[in-house]
Design a protein around this ligand. Structure first.
Ligand code: AGP
Length: 613
């Protein structure tokens, strides 16, 4: 899940490229590199590590040029190193490439090219592609864009690439399949990037490239798009909906903390124009045409990965409870390969913040190939999943830069609550009184989140006590089991502490053996649903001297006495507790990670959107 950016125009390319890399660094930060075209030469600089190391390495060097490309890497083939860093060059040094994705048949192509006398300097799959393009250009005597097109017809896998040629100092060739790519169109300049964040400050006119499309971008000429099967396409120019302020830290130390504190707004925005509490209805325009099909569905299958999968699990509880349609929740990576039974009358809902997760995209294609109706719940407008699904709902949480997903999760859950309420009203599966009460309860959530955020200092103090633990457990029941999973994931991915989430009653079937005085156990125990059962589970852990940190309903004196530490959340309906109980768990993980000097926004080994399988 690398980040790629390129520029051609009247300005100096270097400052635009470096700034673009910083914007894309959440996609991967193992190594970085840049290629500038000038005086019929390709000038390439590469560094292991973060973009800041590349910038330091380049200080004082000649980085002039008004056309160039740059890359920040998340290693898939070949360890993080200068050799494996992008850009990679052709053997004759006349071509250079940056790539995001995986060339699955690279080993076969590599040995064929070796037999044709090509030498490989790196372990990457990407280097194979630039040698292949050189080989075609040399033997077929075709322009670079045609060589790229022919080469891409021999490639199996996912790619977003940019190719520069020293013979064409005014031309950028870009292409995509599976990995995202956006072209920004300025007055007399062009930008290419993995997403819109490096482009917004220069133009809001963009083209989201589709799979198997090639962009031929030339200085002072109109943008040309064609398919790898040589069909000309008319570029579909769209206006960007995000603004610069949204991708800055806004005075917070980290994007993750900023995004946690944005949740009152992002939850409100996810419901804006959809939740009409006073008028007593819900509307989801994006799936309006499919409402009947959903209501008549035999089954709803939700497919997602990571945090989005946890949101789907909350969605299962919600929809079965509210709408009485059976719901199955699938890990996309398993769903796509386990030969699942999918019927034409099934509704498949793909949930993804980035809208670019490869396994979820593949799960969508599988479901579509079986005739199912596929809907999407995405955050990134114009993303591949948004364009691959029949219809869907955007979560409107705004750009999420921190690798650990926070506001996207609560926005996904809000949309799933709206989805459940919409169908419940249409189907009449819950009493009108409950429906109206839930509308008002949901409407009150953003201000309840604000009150929880005011506990940040208290939560930091609790985090300080547990910052050095080696392991931890998260327990919840019903709607809060997925919250336990999400809390554990947050701690794992940003503080590197081993953490596991469980249905609280599962403890007795094994995990309770882990409990001793060094094991912190986070209980999500609101005074709702199976509260009494949770009390028993807390007793069981206390009996083994486990440390109890409980998320409790404000004023719950019983649990205040039982817990070693507690965080009070406002009361709300059982179905909506996940929207509140998640917040303290996000903050605990954040503070523990900061105190352990972890890179909160860019945790090791992770990337924001997983565009390869
Ligand atoms: C969550 O904090 C992680 N960043 C990761 O698990 C993420 O949720 C997963 O990769 C799915 O991403 P998506 O929602 O963009 O598809």
């Amino acid at each position: 899940m690398c980040g790629i950016v390129a520029y051609v125009g009247p300005r100096e390319a270097y400052p635009i490229l470096i700034k673009g890399l910083y914007r894309l660094e959440y996609r991967g930060y193992d190594s970085a590199g840049i290629c500038l075209v000038r005086k019929n030469d390709l000038k390439i600089y590469k560094c292991k590590g973060k973009v800041s190391e590349l910038e330091t390495h380049l200080s004082g060097k000649d980085v002039s040029g008004t056309i160039g490309m740059a890359h920040t890497r998340w290693a898939t083939h070949g360890e993080p190193s200068v050799i494996n860093a992008h850009p990679h060059s052709s053997q004759n040094k006349s071509l250079s490439i940056i790539h995001n994705g995986i060339i699955e048949n690279y080993a076969v192509l590599r040995s064929e090219l070796k037999n044709r006398g090509y030498h490989f300097t790196s372990e990457t799959d990407t280097e194979v592609l630039i040698h292949l393009i050189e080989d075609i250009q040399t033997n077929e005597k075709v322009p670079v864009e045609e060589a790229v097109r022919i080469a891409l017809n021999q490639v199996i896998g996912a790619y977003a690439i940019v190719v520069l040629s020293k013979g064409c100092p005014d031309k950028i060739i870009a292409a995509r399949k599976g990995s995202p790519l956006v072209v920004g169109i300025g007055k007399d300049e062009f930008f290419v990037a993995s997403d819109a964040t490096p482009i917004i400050e220069y133009t809001d006119n963009v083209v989201f490239m589709n799979d198997e499309e090639i962009a031929i971008i030339e200085r002072d000429k109109p943008l040309k798009i064609k398919t790898i099967t040589n069909q000309d396409k008319t570029p579909y120019v769209q206006k960007l909906e995000i603004n610069l302020g949204e991708i800055e830290k806004g005075g917070f130390d980290h994007f993750m903390l900023k995004e946690i504190f944005e949740q009152p707004r992002s939850i409100r925005d996810s419901m804006r124009g959809r939740l009409h509490a006073d008028l007593g209805f819900v509307t989801l325009g994006g799936i309006h045409d499919y409402e009947q099909k959903i209501l008549n569905a035999d089954r709803i299958i939700m497919t997602a990965c990571g945090t989005s999968w946890h949101a789907a699990l909350v969605g299962e509880y919600l929809i079965e409870d509210l709408v009485r349609i059976p719901v199955e929740v699938e890990y996309s990576s398993e769903f796509r390969y386990r030969n699942p039974v999918i019927h034409e009358n099934d509704i498949v809902i793909a949930i993804s913040q980035s809208g670019e997760t490869a396994d979820t995209l593949a799960a969508i294609e599988l479901a579509k190939s079986k005739g199912a109706t596929v809907l999407g719940i995405c955050n990134v407008v114009g993303s591949s999943i948004a364009r691959a699904t029949h219809a869907g709902v955007y979560t409107h949480a705004g750009p999420e830069i921190g690798v650990a997903s926070t506001k996207a999760f609560t926005a996904q859950v809000s949309v799933l609550v709206l989805f459940g309420l919409l169908l419940a009203q249409k189907k009449g599966t819950i009493p009108q009184s409950q429906f109206y009460r839930l509308l008002h309860e949901l409407n009150a959530i953003p201000s309840k989140v604000e009150t929880i955020l005011k506990l940040n200092d208290q939560i930091r103090n609790i985090a300080r006590i547990y910052k050095d633990v080696k392991n931890s457990l998260y327990l919840g029941r019903g709607y809060n089991f997925p919250v336990a999973l999400e809390g554990a994931l947050k701690l794992k991915e940003i503080s590197y502490i081993h953490a596991e989430g469980y249905p609280a009653a599962e403890m007795k079937h094994g995990p309770i053996a882990l409990i001793d005085e060094s094991m912190p156990v986070f209980f999500i125990a609101p005074k709702r649903g199976t509260y009494e059962k949770m009390i028993t589970n807390i007793e069981e852990v206390k009996a083994r001297k486990g440390k109890i940190i409980a998320i409790i309903t404000r004023g719950d004196e019983t649990l205040k006495k039982m817990a070693d530490h507690y965080i009070e959340i406002p009361d709300t309906d059982e179905m909506l507790v996940p929207l509140l109980a998640t917040i303290p768990l996000q903050l605990i993980s954040y503070h523990i990670a900061v105190m352990r000097n972890c890179n909160v926004d860019q945790p090791r080994n992770l990337a924001k959107s997983v565009t390869v399988e």
